[in-house]
Write a protein that binds this ligand. Sequence first.
Ligand code: ADP
Length: 507
Amino acid sequence: MAVKTKKAVPIGRQAATKKSNTIKLKFDTSWTYAPAPESKSAATINKQYDLFINGEWQKPLSKKYFDTINPANEEKLSEVADANAADVDKAVKAARNAYEKTWKKMPAKERAKYIFRIARIMQEKARELAIIESLDGGKPIKESRDFDVPTAANHFFYYAGWADKLEYAFPNRTTEPLGVAAQIIPWNFPLLMAAWKIAPAIATGNTVVLKSAETTPLTALKLAEIIQEADLPPGVVNIITGAGATGAAMVNHPDVNKIAFTGSTDVGKIIQRSIAGTDKKATLELGGKAANIIFEDAAIDQAVEGVINGIFFNQGHVCCAGSRLYVQESVAKEVIRKLKDRLESLIVGDPMDKNTDIGAINSKSQLDIINKYIGIGKKEGAEMYQSSCRLPGKGFFCRPTLFTNVAQSNRIAQEEIFGPVLAILTFRTEDEVIEKANNSPYGLSAGVWTDKGSKIFNMTKRMKAGVVWANTFNKFDPTSPFGGYKESGFGREGGLHGLLPYLNLKS
Ligand code: ADP
């Protein structure tokens, strides 16, 4: 039997051909999947959205709206209200009123019923939510369908369960809600971030004003429709839209008791400065530059797939993305070869296609940032390798990219890029890699790939990261807390820990 390899073997593209009595493996890189687009007709998107305040849709006092587009084709999807300080004030007043008159007085088990109802309606509308998430944000439909939407619903289920059990969560302590929470979320997981923030806040008896990110407002507005359908008392959750100025008005509003923010470290710092000297509580979930570490004793194929999943799926638009890869020197050649092969087989393109691995970059400005970093990487002397895939003619797309020969001090190894760009470095010993991995202003997450349990325990103990995944990456569950060290922020979301930032614990 003659087996001839023409070039690297992209997974899933091997075709066996029979010629005389020999079987040859033919590697055809032009082989593609047939299109499998999700239908857009299962989703309803209004032409225009107002602000969801006090249980109803209210015209913005600003009288202003802005467009939200589909980043995969640059077409307008809808326009949403641009809330100004007066709109924010209206929303905060509605939240305060609902807090004092209704929500904090309601028996916890009754509050829980509303939260369960929201979760169930989210499940019923899961397909529509997934379609809207992919249209508005550019992420592949298989991500929104299989991860974002179910995990978002699960957060409501999970925290509904806690609502009437706080005495068990905090034994021998009395708990008291904080009041009105201003919640500001980013564009990478629009619905999931809304769920992360709203579910624990209302389960613990607080009321909410939530602002979605300017490029991805639509699923939060769908969630507002769901909240209306669930008959949640007016004002308990208010959902508004706008950009940075709206967020700043929320942060600076004197009647807000708690700020929950997920976004960039720069804005996190602005928020901390703004609330210094006030009694507002805050949780900040900021940037990251996660180290994924492969030891020579790891199951290499599994590790390679984990690295791919950690940085390339979802376009690298994940604050905990494994954007730095440390490979033990003895297996570096093999790992890099396998990563390059796998990069070639990733499907980049229409987010609505069920086969797509890497969808659209969320916005033109984010694509510019990513391209700037790719340029910086080249200038710094690192060696670039990109997939040879063809990119769609319209929309914001980026080839999955990796850099080898990266130095620890290079900007692509230190700064958050938030795109499908992987910096690969090598190491020899455990102590060396711990020092290198911890040598970052961030500390949100990390990954360790090894066959040895003792190594895992040593690494998890010494890594300065809020989450350390072992032989897996980017796994989330409503029951486990998430949050960072250093410039990645403070406070925890998820799990029992996620209740605490919304409560005063008394005696
Ligand atoms: P990214 O770089 O990921 O877009 P940002 O931190 O700029 O992250 O944005 C995250 C969220 O913070 C968005 O909802 C955005 O509108 C909001 N935001 C931006 N600037 C401010 C600010 N000065 N104060 C409060 N929120 C802000």
